[in-house]
Design a protein around this ligand. Structure first.
Ligand code: GAP
Length: 533
């Protein structure tokens, strides 16, 4: 990860937000290459999820929405993590992320100051390595009571006991942590000039709810029929207690979400006479069928999503499909599959695909008083549709693609000596720059002119980078680090100096194999388009 984080900064994939002011924990900026990478991810997702399908349409909703939406969705009451604070430093941890500790715990019932007569009856405890002298515990304990106004504390009621695998102590200093308490992750703001509880609003913690609340409007204008979906890409905000693992858990991030509305199983049963289930022998999960119940639609979307990850270079061997156990499911979910990626810091979630029943639409129907029912012409039935929700994070995926692309191999330098080459092997579909154009020498106006002509030829079709500075080998290396899959070199043969057969040809270099082939400038656009689409 260290190498990856350093490359991200050095090459302009990802910068710390507000870096010149010391940064802001949990916020990140994407530099020139990162911005292109993210755009390519989102464009590919959007194209696959809606433009290449008949049954999904798009939405682009506002980030701040009516606060009642978050009451209906359950976010104001339940969207929280349990947190604990260190009693000495006030540092906050997610309760489930505290590393278990073993050692000798010293307990105190309070402290008094003989000089002033002040006393505290607050209990405190501290964990120290077994075998260490009690003074090791007394020092932080005194500090605890000093923080409570006892200047020269006499510790009261000291006792100790051995403790195994306890998560009640701060792993960094052994201090007792507060009891776990829920911490709502939504970021608050006030809409309008008055900061009153009536004007309290939230930055959305997910994009999904906007799709549910616009279900009826979208349905009315799009002439879709259930089963159909609405997808959206946009920013989401969560006041994460411990942002960590580079961009993996951030406080501001982007989601790509689809809500795919389906018939309830009872309606399918009534209409077709049966409901296909996952346990049926060899059900096809590739071509939707009228007898599909929620199980097969769910499996279908899991398969579609994995296929998309493969299409942008994350092979099945890099992913894990995790089917949540019954006891892990959210109360409204019938099934959830997490698609995990094998990050260098552990195998972690990229996307969740949940079968959410009719929970969301029913909640909004209840809280808004507006009907969310749909009349199904074909089934001759009125119902609240059920939903399958594939929900992915753009930033996590960008990080996974960066980790996946990072390679080191050996390549010859200008003198033919092997040196370590860092190469970002992005799939050409999502590579930030598709092709780099190099005149062999920058002080030969004919080469430069021709190279610039090639750049202009390709520009309308793809992102092109023109580079004339330095030795050609160095220029290749720079593009290898940026993950540019193709390099084009314009040399004296291009100008026809070795005869007319090579005139208007150039070398096309493949980033991964480093092989070079001679191609005609006139053939470049179709050759490259085939490779990057
Ligand atoms: N609407 C469902 C939903 O929001 P989620 O599992 O909480 O589900 C979906 O989030 C995806 O959003 C995650 O799989 C992850 O890719 C991304 N995500 C969630 N929290 C994130 C965070 N703090 N930082 C970066 N990405 C996050």
């Amino acid at each position: 990860m260290e190498k990856i984080v350093s490359l991200c900064k050095r090459r302009g994939f990802i910068f710390q937000s507000s870096e010149i002011y010391g940064g802001l924990n949990g916020f990140w900026d994407y530099g020139p290459l990162g911005a292109e990478l993210k755009r390519n991810i989102k464009e590919s997702w959007w194209r696959t999820m809606t433009q290449l399908r008949d049954d999904v349409v798009g939405l682009d909703a506002s980030i701040i929405m009516h606060p009642k939406i978050w009451e209906a969705s359950g976010h104001t009451s339940t969207f929280s993590d349990l947190m604990v604070d260190c009693l000495l430093t006030k540092k906050r941890f997610r309760a489930d992320q505290v590393e278990p500790q073993s050692g000798t715990a010293y307990f105190y019932t309070g402290a008094t100051d003989p000089a002033t007569g002040k006393e505290s009856e607050d209990a405190f405890s501290v964990l120290i390595p077994t075998g260490r002298h009690a003074d090791y515990a007394r020092k932080p304990a005194r500090h605890f009571y000093q923080l409570r106004g006892i200047e020269n504390p006499n510790l009261q009621g000291e006792r100790f006991e051995e403790v195994q695998n306890s998560t009640r102590y701060n792993p960094e200093n052994g201090s007792l942590l507060t009891e776990p308490r829920p911490f709502n992750l939504m970021l608050k703001t006030y809409v309008g000039p008055v900061e009153s509880p009536d004007n309290l609003s939230y930055l959305r913690p997910e994009t999904a709810q906007a799709i549910f609340v616009q279900f009826k409007n979208t349905l009315d204008v799009s002439r879709q029929k259930v089963p159909f979906g609405v997808c959206q890409i946009g920013k989401a905000f969560r006041n994460e207690i411990n942002p960590r693992n580079f961009t993996f858990r951030s406080r501001e991030f982007e989601q790509m979400e689809l809500e795919f509305f389906i018939r309830p199983d009872e309606v399918v049963q009534k209409m077709v006479g049966s409901v296909a289930k996952l346990s049926d022998p060899q059900p096809s999960t590739l071509n939707p069928q009228p007898n599909w119940g929620w199980e097969l639609w769910h499996k279908y979307w899991v398969e579609q999503r994995v296929q998309w990850y493969e299409s942008i270079g994350l092979g099945r061997d890099t992913l894990v499909e995790y089917w949540q156990k019954k006891e892990e499911l959210a109360h409204y979910a019938r099934a959830t599959v997490d698609i995990l990626y094998k990050f260098p810091f552990g195998t972690q979630e990229l996307e969740g695909i949940a079968a959410r029943g009719d929970f969301d639409l029913t909640q909004h129907q209840k809280f808004s008083g507006k009907s969310m029912e749909y009349f199904d012409d074909e089934a001759k039935a009125k119902y609240v549709p059920h939903v399958i929700e594939p929900s992915a994070g753009v930033d996590r995926l960008a990080l996974a693609l960066i980790c996946n692309a990072y390679c080191e191999d050996q390549a010859p330098d200008e003198k033919g000596k092997l040196e370590t080459r860092v190469v970002m092997k992005f799939h050409p579909r999502i590579a930030p720059i598709k092709v780099a154009v190099f005149p062999l020498l920058k002080n030969k106006p004919e080469l430069v002119k021709k190279a610039k002509e090639v750049r202009e030829l390709l520009r309308p079709h793809m992102s092109v980078f023109y580079d004339e500075a330095g030795a050609i080998g160095r220029r290749y290396r720079r593009q290898d680090e940026a993950g540019t899959p193709f390099g084009l070199t314009i040399d004296f043969d291009t100008l026809g100096e070795k005869g007319p057969e090579l005139q208007d040809t150039l070398t096309l270099r493949d980033r991964d194999t480093m092989k070079q082939e001679r191609v005609k400038i006139g053939d470049l656009v179709p050759i490259l388009l085939e490779k990057i689409r």
